[in-house]
Unconditional design. Sequence first.
Lengths: 385, 248, 380
Amino acid sequence: MELFFSQILDGLSIASVLLLAATGLAIVFGLMGVINLAHGELMMLGAYVTFVVQNLFKPLGPAIFELYYPVALILAFIITAMVGVLLERTLIRKLYGRPLETLLATWGVSLVLIQLIRSISTSMLIGILAAVAIGLIGSKFMAKKIGDKPYFTYLNGLMWAFSLGIGLIVVNSMSSVRQLSSPWFGPRNLDVSPPKWLQGSWGKIGTVELPGIRVFIILLSIFLLIGVLWFLSKSAWGLRIRAVTQNRQMSNCLGIPTDRVDSITFGLGSGLAGVAGAAITLLGSVGPNLGTAYIVSCFMVIVLGGVGNLLGTVLASIMLGIIQSVVGSGSILIVFPNLPPALKGVVEFFATTSMSLVLVFIFIIVFLQFKPNGMFPQKGRSVDA
Amino acid sequence: MAETLLELTDVSVSFDGFYALTDLSLKLIKGEVKSIIGPNGAGKTTFLDVITGKVRPTKGTVTYRGQSLVGMSEQKISRNGIGRKFQTPRVFDNLTVLRNLELAVSPRKNALSLMLDPLPMAAKDEVHRLMSYVGLAPFAGTQAGSLSHGQKQWLAIASLVAQAPEVLLLDEPVAGLTDEETLRTAELIKSLAGDHTVVVIEHDMEFIRDLDFDVTVLHQGQLLTEGPLDEVKKDPRVIEVYLGTTED
Amino acid sequence: MKLFKRLVPWILLAIALFVLPAILSDFRLNLFGRYFALAITALAIDLIWGYTGLLSLGQGIFFALGGYAAAMYLTLNTPSQQGGNGIPKFFENFGVSELPFFWQPFNSPFLTLACLSLIPALVAGVVGYLIFRNRIKGVYFSIITQAALMVFFHFFNGQQKLINGSNGLTTNTTELYGLLVGSSDMKLWFYRLTVLLLPVAFLICRYFTTGRFGDALIAIRDDEQRFRFAGFNPVPFKTIVFIVAGGLCGVSGALYTVQTGIVSPQFMSISFSIEMVIWVAVGGRGSLVGPIIGAVLVNYLQSLVSEALPELWLFVQGGLFIFVVVLMPDGIYGWFTGGGLRSFLASFGIAQKARTYPKIDEQIESLQEVVSTTPTDSSA
């Protein structure tokens, strides 16, 4: 029974990470109808921010080092939120009303982010900055001179290609200098060591130890969930977000700046992904492919939980987290050793982490046969408009 | 005596506590034309939604030739002979006018038939008759998406007629049409009366007068009154609903 | 000119069959064989996405199923692959002594040929029907198919005792009619087979996209609800195209497997299935020529970039996704047919500007069409 309980605790902590990640995805999906396939990569960015902060705190002595984690959490939120806003302003906004295309474009973004993390080095950063600077200056200059000419768009594109080439040359010219050209992170997995106060046990319930990391993650997600709920229901921007979610055109007519609402929502969703990424560093190592491992589970949460309802997201994450942990670890067999052989075979078959995902998917497909719109479908005339 | 074709009894529809229709009971006699008017939010469109299966009534029954329509899928209701034109004209933008109509006129609506059977000659003739009737013959090869609003409206009506339904539900058929086109639509509807049962929802009172059939007034999801337009216009309750400020 | 247009497909086919093998090295020719195999998948995706509006991110399932079917047949029918108990060697590593039941049909070449396309089609039918009957569409459909893909990936990856897990099945060392599948002679035959099957796939897709059935697909893409109110049930339509697409992907996967020499769960990785979509997007969806162009072009580009600067490929690929979606939504073929080249040249003053009143011209054309011909095929 203790084992069972600790598996549930385990499941809850998986659920908490899922919840952190899926909440961001769900808010964005609810507001803009957009699925952000780069969400997993934003989580990965959050994890790398944690890694960087940890390394920055190392030289400051062991006492201050203990404090790095809260700082990392905040920075992970801020930085990924900024990346999210940038993404929304430059790309997502252009694709408004074309959700399938947005899906593909964000996948492109995720590929770029993965490779960026793998190969970013000082020389590359300089090259990118040079290319963007030349491109921006050049297009401003050209817009002034020939902005009204029909061939402006094509020349502008050519100019950007040109500045890209210059950037590449810049990177290449520094490739012989090792300090500049060696990648910061590389494709390998990196380790983040949790601060001491998170390691070990935080006390006992009965005979079951409460591992600090897992309890912390659960508390963190509860705290953030309450924060998000408060933001959405009490703050002025939250009210605007809810208004735009329900009726975009009407909100626009009422003078709500829907483009800023979009930016803020996307930033919030991305920031939550960053925090989720920072939380994941406590559970395992950090690598460029970290995001892809979680993103599909997040989708399953959204499908199961329905759109535009955080309660659905919460319940769905908890369900999936616990199924994954309890079934996947095979602890059912240990708790109930006397199962009939046929049933035992079935349980054994699903008793790995990957096979538990298979079970979860079957569960979702069956569930959708009865409740096609998720657990809490939206009601009203606007649903199928 | 005329038989009842479609009957709604005590139908209520609520969206999260807001009642769009409240205990509405209504009968459609075979071959009659009914104009439904009412201020915005009276439940006119929801009324059509309930009949065509888009919205499931919270309470009450809808029967068509003695058969319940509640819970039946949209396509089945449509195949049973109830056709509908939407408030905003909905056509298949990336198909040509001709193809739009050919799809609608198709006598058998299953996938295999569309794959294997050619369209019968009679159906083709019907398409051409309809196309020239609504004046879209010159646009036969034009993508429906590039038609003007009025032309789309015509195409939507023509598609509906092409489906050969017994009951036609028209949601604002003349919105955005010119006076001449409006007259022609009224003519078309009159020519359909008798063989068909028609329900018209409109705000355009001129058009309702042109049609010259009995009028039903809906208000706050309830039936207010029924009768010829001139009588209905004199009804103090109707005047109150359209002009007044009183609360029930 | 009309005659020339009619001859173009035959000329291209002749080039692919006779000219390319003569001028390309064995290695390059094999690569082109793979591209043409992938083009079949691109056609299938165009059928469901370009025409019907269903963006499936899970076509890798069907692709891999076809590949596994071919690989299982080859593994079973090569004497050198058999271990002590008369079953393939790799089973010994996992202590399996009896051939799992689902391997049995793949002893026979005819059953294998049938299973190649029928098993993926069947899986597509079941999954598709269960999803479509609940009116799940749009982004929801995409992420459910992606989840399904993930599930199949985990299943094949985790079941070593059944299907050799993450190692996959190698076909290069197997034999077909006494010839080594990895040999260049055999690969030339596979290349020819692929070149001949691609037009077949094209014709299949054309059959489903023209005529009244094709109209219905476009109607579903434009306004599914309106389609219902016209008395049609969209579920069978969608299920049928999903089945056809699944079957085509299966064939494509089998052809690809024998030419690469291995099938592994990586065929069902998330990224590969999304890449398939971008081939279609680059080439131009909603046309049947576009996907073939896109599949060949993007994969050729991938080979070139990966050979020269492997770490650059993800940047290029990511950029391609963003570029096509934002700036070239109709793809290369759509750009050409939509007058993109003309307006490009016109902006530099090289070509004539487009007609001032194209709509009137169009109307006159369509008028003439109605007057002169029978009305059935005006948009062909």
